[in-house]
Each structure stands twice: as structure tokens, then as C-alpha cells.
Write a new protein. Structure first.
Length: 301
């Protein structure tokens, strides 16, 4: 682990073995030859530099060099590097920790796990660096654009019990959101069938058996805006954002719904108005009743 970032790994296939029904892997004499084909978007001089720095290693931790012989059917390990990685100017807050879990209040704009152009600037990497624990892992998802409560496990042995708790819908989750007022009668129970859309990171609704469900109520309304209480029963990607859009109330400052906006850099003055406010569950390891609430707030209306 380096600066909170765990090593990634790449499998070294047998030369000439089947890659697909119509393709076979090439033949590589050295590690550098393999890397140039495996990562064609990385310039050769950068790969050579990383090899010289000892940043690409064998399973036993021994650094590879540019002329290290290619050894098939094993792994090599490396650390992802993102040139000019953006720094997210907001800090997370630890709400609770014990020997099994860490509960964190995540700010807007910070991804939970390394993704795309964010590696060190992810909540997971920050926690690994802070606690110096490589086995820390998020138990559930929370969009980068969304703020609020996120649960992590500290150790591999406890991970399955907490993940199963979410899979079995034994966690009560409450969100707050700001969106346009609606003339519908609340509270209401909204259900729909959600599937992947294009581009791949978006979701959409289609006809068919519902696979997503959200309980929706209004907390307050003023000047054409409402503060909503959202309680997801299921946990589909972007579920709350898609459901509110379907009701004619897309969330304020949403860059994805109802229309995918062009990426022009972050506008930190306009966070998505969605907050994972509270989670409540019976701890599957200790049996204790747990209730954690975000200390953050959305905009005033």
C-alpha cells in the first residue's frame, strides 16, 4: 500500500493461448514488451521510468526491470498513477469506529472508491492512509456526487456479514433531497424497472416487473422547491435520482438527470442536492442497534 492506494495487478497469460474465440495472445520476451501491449495508452518512456523506479513488481515483491524475462501464468503488481489528479477540497468526518467498522460522513464530489481520474482522492484511499489498514473496504455504494453516511469494514473477516445485511435489506436508509415541488399526494411509494442506459454510467426505466422501490415524502416546501425524505427499499444505481426525475422532480444540480450535461470541470458551489442522512441497523457482529446520522445539511429553502 502506498499513500492509501493498494496495488493493482495484471495477469500474465501464456503466450499464444486463446484470448477469445477468434484471437490469441501474442508472444512477449520481456516484461516491457508485455506492458507496451497491455497498456498501449501509456508512453514507453513512462513505463520504463516506472520500471526503473521499482514500481512494478513480481508476486514476491521483487521489482521488475525493462528486460526482466516474461514469466507467464503469474501476476505482476503495480500502482496506478494519475497525472494531475484533482484534489477534492472537502474533508470527510469519522462518525464512529470500533474493531469491526468505520462510519464516515462523506462530502460531496469525493468518490467512495478509486475510479477514473480519482485514485488517492477517494474516500477509501484517504481512510487506508489515515488508519494504515489495507483491508478497509466499503460495504455499500454512494455516488461521488452524493454526500452522507458510508459504512466501511476494517477487516476481511467481517466484510461478508455487513454486506449480507445490505443485500437482505436489513438496513433502514434515509436520504434528504431538494427538488421542484410536485402536486402529487405524499407520502407515496414509487416502484419501477430500472436498467442500464447509454452512456454506461447512466440508468433508465423501462416497462416490466419493478426491481426498484422508494418511499417518498415531503418535509417542507417553499418558493417552488421542496425538501424530500427518500427511503430506498432497494438499492439500484442512481435509484433516487431516476425515481425523482420520473416524478417530474429531478434533483437540484444533478449533472446526469434529466439531461447529461457536458463536463466543464467541477463547480463546487453547486453540489447535487442529495444527502444520505441516516442509516440504522442491528450490527450483525455485535448485535447492537446502530444508528448513524450525517452532520451535513443541504441548501436552505
Amino acid at each position: 500500500m502506498r499513500d492509501g492506494v493498494s496495488a493493482s495487478r495484471a495477469w500474465l497469460p501464456k503466450c499464444g493461448s486463446a484470448k477469445s474465440a477468434t484471437e490469441v495472445y501474442g508472444s512477449w520476451g520481456t516484461i516491457l514488451e508485455f506492458l507496451l501491449e497491455r497498456f498501449p495508452y501509456i508512453p514507453e518512456d513512462i513505463l520504463r521510468d516506472r520500471l526503473e523506479r521499482g514500481d512494478i513488481v513480481a508476486p514476491d515483491g521483487k521489482p521488475h526491470s525493462a528486460d526482466s524475462p516474461y514469466q507467464p501464468e503469474t501476476f505482476l503488481f503495480y500502482y496506478r498513477e494519475i497525472p494531475d489528479e484533482p484534489v477534492i477540497p472537502f474533508k470527510e468526518k469519522i462518525l464512529f469506529q470500533d474493531e469491526h467498522i468505520i462510519v464516515v460522513d462523506k462530502p460531496h464530489f469525493l468518490p467512495v472508491s478509486p475510479t477514473g481520474r480519482y485514485v488517492k482522492e477517494s474516500l477509501l484511499s484517504r481512510l487506508k492512509a489515515q488508519f494504515q489498514l489495507e483491508d478497509i473496504s466499503p460495504v455499500h455504494r454512494l455516488d461521488r456526487e452524493t454526500a452522507g453516511v458510508v459504512l466501511f469494514t476494517r477487516e476481511k473477516s467481517a466484510r461478508g456479514a455487513y454486506q449480507k445485511m445490505f443485500q437482505d435489506r436489513k438496513v433502514n436508509k434515509s436520504y434528504e433531497a431538494i427538488a421542484l415541488c410536485s402536486d402529487r399526494a405524499f407520502p407515496l411509494n414509487y416502484k419501477s424497472r430500472m436498467v442500464k442506459a447509454e452512456p454506461f454510467f447512466l440508468m433508465k426505466e423501462e416497462a416490466g416487473e419493478p426491481n426498484s422501490e422508494t418511499l417518498i415524502d415531503v418535509i417542507e416546501s417553499k418558493d417552488g422547491l421542496s425538501r424530500y425524505l427518500l427511503k430506498p427499499v432497494s438499492g439500484k444505481q442512481h435509484q433516487l435520482r431516476v425515481h425523482m426525475m420520473a416524478l417530474g422532480c429531478p434533483l437540484l444540480n444533478d449533472p446526469f438527470y434529466p439531461e447529461l450535461l457536458p463536463c466543464k470541470g467541477e463547480d463546487y458551489s453547486k453540489p447535487l442536492q442529495l444527502l444520505a442522512k441516516r442509516i440504522e441497523f442491528v450490527d450483525p457482529v455485535t448485535g447492537a442497534l446502530r444508528c448513524f446520522e450525517s452532520e451535513q445539511s443541504l441548501m436552505a429553502i
